[in-house]
Design a protein around this ligand. Structure first.
Ligand SMILES: Nc1nc2c(ncn2[C@@H]2O[C@H](COP(=O)(O)OP(=O)(O)OP(=O)(O)O)[C@@H](O)[C@H]2O)c(=O)[nH]1
Length: 297
């Protein structure tokens, strides 16, 4: 049996960072394969992850929980044939719901060892009302309150209460028996996705056999646009561009060359916060920025 972990959580909550920090540390002696899906046709996470892992398969166009369902199953089959991994990690796009992914994993013979939902504790109230967020939390058995370095005790406590409340209201149930799929959840508080080794030891494995729901309940409330830059930008211009985004822009990410820095910069913008500290020294591709915003309809 191939062990699989699903890593879910809203846009910018820290999924890729968790893969870089905890997973790499705790599963370093295992044969790992990663499937990463992003919202938008250009992937950034895959480029970052390929610096750290040899077997990364990107599914950038579309969402693996709805339009890319068949491609996800094909990718899963291929990755098993090619690499024979011991552990598979699926990073869903921040706009995806994990349930259909769990279902595919089970139906293709993987053991779902755990579904981790990353919560951005700092920005949680800005996206907690999104239906996708609620389903992501309710479909998980590990709730990871991330970015705790950016919040005080009081805020963390209120985020925790709200997350737990959502889990109870939206927890996954077997459609036929009405039984909850996960009897309980485990809650972690961390920063930069640093988790204890127990998370990766298979102790939270999903025992229930999942059944497919009949209705298609997943809807996107997000849209995206990709901006390409032919020439390196001035650093200040890039910062002004990012700072000029309206609040409907939840997330922007990309790889952009600027005049002042020799390596391409990884752009990480989430809910008004900007991080330009990471670089991709070997990046040869185009300069681009994926901008994800709440859709008007
Ligand atoms: N301060 C702080 N920043 C964090 C933490 N975890 C992640 N970040 C930053 O948050 C930004 C987004 O992190 P990612 O790991 O790319 O988030 P993601 O969930 O993979 O993003 P999407 O794939 O777009 O949904 C990056 O700039 C990270 O460095 C944390 O615990 N504290």
């Amino acid at each position: 049996m191939l062990s699989a972990f699903v890593i879910t959580g809203f846009l910018g909550s820290g999924k890729t960072t968790l893969l870089m920090n905890s997973v790499r540390e705790h599963l370093k002696n295992r044969r790992i394969a990663i499937i990463v899906n992003e919202f938008g046709e250009v992937g950034v996470d895959g480029k970052i992850l390929k610096n750290a892992y040899s077997q990364v398969l990107e599914l950038p166009e579309g969402c693996i929980c709805c339009t890319l369902h068949a491609e996800f199953e094909k990718a899963l089959w291929e990755i098993r044939q090619k690499y024979d991994p011991e552990v598979l990690l699926v990073e869903t796009s921040g706009a995806a719901e994990p349930f259909p992914v769990m279902l595919s994993l089970q139906s293709l013979g993987c053991t779902v060892e755990g579904v981790m939902c990353l919560i951005d504790a700092y920005n949680f109230e800005k996206y907690s009302h999104e239906p996708t967020t609620r389903h992501q939390i309710g479909s998980s058995n590990m709730l990871v309150l991330n970015k705790t370095d950016l919040v005080d005790e009081e805020k963390l406590k209120s985020v925790e209460q709200e997350v737990v409340r959502i889990w109870h209201s939206y927890r996954l149930k077997n459609l036929f028996t009405g039984e909850p799929v996960f009897r309980d959840f485990k809650l972690y508080k961390t920063s930069y996705g640093k988790l204890p080794v127990e998370v990766f030891e298979g102790i939270f494995a999903l025992k229930a056999k999942l059944e497919a729901p009949e209705e298609d309940y997943h809807q996107h409330h997000l849209e995206h646009q990709v901006l390409y830059f032919d020439q390196p930008l001035e650093y200040e211009k890039l910062v002004s561009l990012l700072e000029s985004f309206p609040k409907e822009v939840f997330r922007a990410k990309g790889v952009v060359r600027v005049k002042e820095v020799p390596q391409a910069l990884v752009v990480n913008y989430a809910f008004g916060g900007l991080d330009l500290s990471q670089t991709l020294p070997d990046y040869q591709g185009k300069s681009f920025l994926v901008v994800i915003k709440k859709s008007d309809n």
